[in-house]
Ligand binder design. Structure first.
Ligand SMILES: [Zn+2]
Ligand SMILES: [Zn+2]
Length: 312
């Protein structure tokens, strides 16, 4: 039997009253199940943290000891119990260690996707589909007119740019995917990386996700036009606003927010409309609960076929 109040939002975030834990809480809590290490999902200061090994490694890099007082790691597809709820992490294809959270309670299966993507990405574990009674999905891009372009075609745009490139990207996840893809699809480019990104790359390599050739940025480099691509986090990108002799590009999945398509590589780490529909088809849920975005388009789409509930 599906319990309608199995998950609900309170001041700290998404809460499961039957297991007394939070999923990706916004504030530090007693028991936090964390899907992946992006800062909007993984906060510091939780007492008990439950996550994959990779998620914990990234959290410890960012937060040190504040990553959590007591840390529990679980492998993918290895169930464990939390307050009477059986929990299993399933690969989400979003970044290394990213997990969907399968929760089984009183013979009902609830699957919280966290952030996920279906596009191929050799810098993380691929998304895995499992069946569930209730699919709790993010709906960041849950609008019928969202369709992410082919990321390979986006990366190949770099081949047409002959001047040095300053490429802005989020440090964790996006930067590493870009390094791998530039090596694969624009191999003549010489990749420089901001020093803040390098320790994250080291964790990737240690986990067996080879990124390909790249080196740490140095002041003496990039003085000449040698098809350099310098990958920097957003705050550094903004500080180079008036840089001359370089093409500034930002890698983003947010098509609507970008003013100028000439200055953007559209590479998203989220599911678009077709991907969400495909995930629902594979998961075969009786109900879909939505969060992070607009669930109303899914509700209109499935009308009487699947019950869609908007959690926020
Ligand atoms: Zn994320
Ligand atoms: Zn997110």
């Amino acid at each position: 039997m599906i319990l309608d109040d199995f998950l609900s939002f309170d001041a700290n975030g998404l809460y499961c009253r039957y297991g007394d834990f939070y999923l990706d809480p916004k504030q530090p809590v007693a028991k936090a199940v964390i899907t992946h290490a992006h800062a909007d999902h993984a906060v510091s200061g939780n007492t008990n943290v439950y996550a994959t090994t990779a998620t914990i490694a990234f959290m410890q890099l960012r937060y040190g000891k504040s990553a959590g007082k007591v840390i529990y790691t679980a492998d993918y597809n290895a169930p464990f119990e939390l307050g009477g709820v059986q929990i299993t992490f399933i690969p989400a294809g979003h970044m290394p260690g990213s997990a969907q959270v399968l929760m089984e309670y009183k013979r009902a299966r609830y699957l919280y996707t966290g952030d996920y993507k279906l596009q191929p990405d050799s810098t993380c574990e691929p998304m895995q589909f499992v069946k569930a009674d209730v699919l709790i999905t993010e709906s960041t891009f849950a609008e019928p007119n969202t369709a992410h372009p082919d990321p390979v075609e986006e990366i190949k745009k770099l081949n047409d740019i002959k001047v040095n490139i300053l490429l802005g990207a989020y440090s964790l996840g996006k930067s590493q995917r870009l390094i791998r893809m530039i090596n694969d699809y624009a191999p003549q480019k010489k990749i420089l990386v901001h020093h803040r990104i390098m320790p994250i790359n080291a964790i990737y390599e240690k986990m067996g996700f080879a990124l390909g050739k790249h080196q740490m940025y140095g002041r003496k480099l990039m003085k000449t036009q040698e098809e350099w691509v310098y990958i920097v986090p957003p705050f550094t990108f903004d500080s180079y606003l008036r840089a001359t002799g370089v093409k500034r590009l930002f890698a983003s999945g947010w098509k609507n927010l970008q003013v100028n398509a000439q200055d953007t590589l559209f590479i998203s780490d989220h599911a678009d409309w077709a991907d969400i529909l495909h995930t629902i088809e594979q998961t075969q849920p009786k109900q879909v609960w939505t969060l992070h975005g607009e669930g109303k388009h899914l509700r209109d789409h499935f009308k009487n076929d699947i019950f869609v509930k908007l959690l926020n």
